[in-house]
Design a protein around this ligand. Structure first.
Ligand code: CA
Length: 246
């Protein structure tokens, strides 16, 4: 199925170029020039990705991004005219998936779009089973010891990453890259708090074993299934430790 992109841009010349490129790359694309048209369009037609200009005549891209986030997980790439804006936007934690600065090349924008779309989808559609943990990527559902656990989309993506690469220690950087993309790689603590939440939700079902091992200074590793006793020497990268005792 073709991916559908919504371009929100009041400068028609820019929108036209973006749409031409998107179509050439095999996407379908639609353009709206008013911020107020975004939510109604999304409700009616939906989109796989929204390319959102920050400066619109009728309302701020920031507000649109926020209200979009309240109703959907559709990836958003924000477009701003100033590089210096990006830090401020990151600080606002709008939930955008990437940021692009004007002037940009349409080619660069398309590359970013493809990267965000890749990230927003689980790498595998196949069921992942690790010990008593079962992940269904297509359904975004997780079962642990036979009980369903409610995870946020980001938590799900992190757990899926740990599950698909269960024999490896996953660095915080690659978790952030996978889940937020490099533009949002601002705080390690963000990953830590997601991990804390995943662990808490899993341990509410069974506290037999702490399901996720933290590897000091490196990242995280799933501590489930047959790998149970090998965590203390994960390929020589470090020593597993208990987060609680840090
Ligand atoms: Ca504008």
């Amino acid at each position: 199925m073709q991916n559908h992109i919504l371009v929100v841009e009041d400068e028609h010349a820019i929108a036209e170029v973006l749409i031409a490129y998107a179509r050439k790359d095999g996407f379908t694309a639609h353009h709206v020039d008013r911020g107020l048209d975004v939510l109604p369009y999304m409700k009616k037609h939906g989109a796989d990705l929204v390319l959102l200009d920050l400066m619109l005549p009728d309302c701020a891209g920031i507000d649109i991004c926020k209200s979009l986030r309240r109703v959907s997980d559709t990836p958003v790439i924000m477009v701003t005219a100033k590089v210096s804006e990006i830090d401020r936007l990151l600080g606002l934690e709008l939930g955008a998936d990437d940021y692009i600065c004007k002037p940009f090349s349409a080619r660069e924008v398309m590359a970013r779009i493809r990267a965000v779309l890749r990230r927003s989808r689980p790498e595998t559609a196949e069921t992942v089973v690790v010990g008593k943990l079962i992940l269904y990527p297509g359904l975004y559902s997780v079962y642990y010891h036979g009980k369903e656990i409610e995870l946020t989309p980001k938590e799900f993506q992190i757990l899926l990453l740990l599950g698909t690469k269960r024999n490896q220690v996953i660095t915080r950087e690659s978790i952030m890259d996978q889940v937020y993309g490099r533009a949002l790689a601002v705080s390690d603590r963000c990953v830590d708090s997601h991990i804390k939440n995943i662990r808490r939700k899993m341990m509410q079902v069974s506290d037999e074993v702490d399901p996720i091992a933290g590897v000091y200074g490196v990242g995280y590793k799933l501590r489930l299934g047959e790998e149970n006793h090998r965590i203390s020497n994960a390929d020589g990268v470090g020593i597993a430790f208990d987060e609680g005792k840090r």
